[in-house]
Design a protein around this ligand. Structure first.
Ligand code: SF4
Length: 349
């Protein structure tokens, strides 16, 4: 007869309500306490040891093979009865343990809930339950200086687990997608998993795990925080994907701008757009921007069109403006249209 985890748990609750304890029947799904496991291992180990020493003593052929394992013939002979005695005592206690009805305790119920969550395809619930078990243990020891992590290699599972956990514990959470994979897929998984939580204010520390140089892990982590506007470090670049309206080689333009931006530590936004139709929107929204035109492009700063310049001079003119702004103390006017919350320095006077 097979009994599902649900049925077992329900019956355990019924019996507990009726008799104050729950019987566990032989052959059922069982959670063995440490004591039972210890007895079981003792019986098995000492049975084997007693058998081996017995073979060594009574078989002249096996004596030469086995006796050296126990430190020679006299010692093997001395150990044999002791191994036998421990085996018999352990077996006796295991027999008593087997005869006695087992009561379900709270730890058993928690274990059953975890089994049920796995069995009913609720891995996030099982992760949360496992974490809560550790939390209860630490709280019992009056230790509360810890963080909780319920990482999973499955992005939907880790998102749900962290969300549920954040609703029931006051402790800080350490985010992560485990074994996320090589740089490309690992970055996508980490950004979706951790980004979805961070944007809702869930998570206190994070770890990006890539099958790549650890330096890349740190870069990806910084980028996730930067694009969410949670940390500011270095410039943020926006570039259009290009389309039929593109009037310049946006890819080349974006690569040249990105390369020059890598030399800056200051926090500001730069938009590189490919046409004068939709480009001005993003270019005007960023701190600085360029929008490509057929023969000439436009330079933007803080939402204003500064001037029209030839395509070949676009990048140099853009960086001329950026350098002048940095040298002037990075005064950033307050604007209603800003998407990222960057630090604002108001103009003096
Ligand atoms: S900004 Fe212009 S060129 Fe770039 S994708 Fe938009 S419409 Fe196309």
């Amino acid at each position: 007869m097979t009994t599902s985890a649900n049925e077992l748990d329900e019956r355990a609750h019924r019996e507990f309500a009726r008799y104050g304890r729950t019987r566990v029947y032989r052959g059922e799904l069982l959670r063995h306490p440490v004591y039972t496991r210890f007895l079981h291992w003792s019986v098995a180990i000492f049975f084997v040891l007693s058998l081996l020493t017995g073979f060594a003593i009574y078989s002249p052929w096996l004596f030469h093979w086995i006796a050296p394992l126990f430190g020679g013939g006299p010692r093997t002979r001395a150990l044999h009865p002791w191994f036998g005695l421990v085996f018999e005592v352990a077996f006796f206690f295991q027999f008593l343990n087997w005869m006695a009805p087992m009561a379900w305790k709270e730890a058993d119920r928690r274990w059953m809930r975890r089994v049920r969550q796995y069995a009913t395809n609720d891995p996030p619930g099982a992760l949360v339950e496992a974490a809560l078990e550790e939390v209860r243990l630490l709280e019992k020891l009056d230790y509360r200086d810890f963080k909780i992590s319920v990482k999973s290699s499955s992005v939907p599972v880790m998102i749900q687990a962290y969300r549920r956990l954040s609703e029931v514990v006051p402790y800080p959470l350490h985010l992560g997608v485990t074994e996320a994979g090589p740089a490309f897929t690992g970055t996508v998984k980490s950004a979706i998993g951790m980004g979805s939580l961070l944007v809702d204010g869930i998570g206190d520390t994070m770890r990006v795990s890539l099958t790549a140089d650890p330096v890349e892990e740190v870069k990806v982590a910084w980028e996730i925080l930067r694009v969410l506007g949670l940390r500011h470090k270095g410039p943020v670049m926006i570039a259009c994907p290009s389309c039929g309206r593109t009037n310049v080689d946006v890819l080349d333009l974006a690569e040249r701008v990105e390369e020059r931006l890598s030399g800056y530590d200051e926090v500001f936004e730069v938009a590189v757009m490919g046409c004068a139709v939709n480009g001005p929107g993003e270019a005007g929204d960023a701190d600085f921007g360029i929008a490509g035109g057929r023969d000439a492009g436009f330079i933007y700063a803080h939402g204003e069109v500064l001037r029209k310049v030839t395509q070949t001079a676009l990048v140099d003119e853009l960086f001329g403006e950026i350098d002048a702004w940095i040298a002037g103390g990075m005064v950033r006017p307050q604007r209603k249209t800003r998407k990222l919350s960057l630090p604002v320095v108001q103009a003096a006077g």
